[in-house]
Design a protein around this ligand. Structure first.
Ligand code: B1M
Length: 211
């Protein structure tokens, strides 16, 4: 029986091989992928973030934990896939300009894909022009923005203003998310919705597409 606390520890210490070995064992034992991610992997990332904030961990530690988390998510990604049925909608997703955090955004992208959405993932450091071009080219239903920094979250407002000034106005919905955001912020910048995690993002995307 897998000891998933070892996964938490491996993510926290940034030990990729060890984290992947435990993840593989958990997958083989049929442990729920959502539980592996939310109860152990995300908790490890939260703890390394808290240690960083307290001056007890440094950027290289964050990078190593991020590498371990990403390596495990790659193993779990196929299990988040849906049945390949008809598209639930088309989403353009990216982390906003100036921000390089992509783990949560990629998790949201994988969950949306797993639940039948077509996802165009623009990566990190995405400008308003790039969001708008991609949404137009791909006839997106939703633009989904992520930010992890209090300094970059304000850029979302610029993207929304650019959308309003373009011919996408009233044609595309905007969803936002990321650790420093909340619902009040989303309303204040004129987004159509905010979600705190990947599961809620799927539910919100479904509501927005059907609205
Ligand atoms: Co950075 N970092 N980081 N970092 N980093 C934070 C965000 C920080 C809170 C750490 C801390 O001080 N406690 C802090 C921000 C403080 C602030 O803004 N107030 C911080 C800082 C300061 C920095 C640097 C400035 C550090 C430096 O260089 N001195 C720098 C900035 C670089 C830049 O972006 N320009 C930096 C760099 C990095 C690394 C590159 C080393 C690395 C990122 C690697 C990568 O992503 N490829 C990193 C990491 C790993 C973190 C922490 C530790 C973990 C983030 C993470 O992956 N969490 C983070 C601390 C923390 O968050 N506790 C921290 C796990 C992930 C699953 O959760 O991303 O929140 P999260 O996503 C969730 C939800 O938020 C939501 O769903 C996801 C899944 O449930 N969600 C969405 C996210 N996006 C969504 C979009 C949606 C919906 C939901 O659309 C609708």
């Amino acid at each position: 029986m897998t000891n998933l606390n070892e996964l938490y520890e491996a993510i926290l210490k940034g030990k990729l091989e060890q984290a992947q070995a435990v993840t593989q064992q958990a997958i083989a034992e049929g442990v729920d992928p959502q539980s592996i991610i939310n109860d152990y992997m995300v908790k490890g990332m939260e703890e390394i973030g808290a240690r960083f904030e307290a001056g007890k961990a440094f950027v290289p530690n964050l990078l190593m934990s991020a590498r371990a988390m990403k390596g495990c998510l790659e193993l779990l990604k196929p299990l988040l896939k849906g049945d390949g049925g008809s598209s639930a909608g088309r989403v353009v997703i990216g982390t906003v300009k100036g921000d390089l955090h992509d783990i949560g955004k990629n998790l949201v992208a994988s969950m949306l894909e797993g639940c039948g959405f077509e996802v165009i993932n623009l990566g990190v450091d995405v400008s308003s022009e790039k969001f708008i071009d991609a949404a137009k080219t791909n006839h997106a239903d939703i633009i989904c923005m992520s930010a992890l920094l209090t300094t970059t979250m304000n850029y979302m407002k610029e993207v929304i203003a650019a959308i309003e000034a373009s011919d996408l106005k009233n044609k595309v919905k905007v969803m936002v998310g990321g650790a420093p955001l909340n619902n009040d912020f989303a309303i204040a910048i004129g987004a159509d919705g905010y979600s705190a995690n990947a599961n809620d993002a799927v539910a919100l995307a479904r509501r927005l597409v059907n609205a």
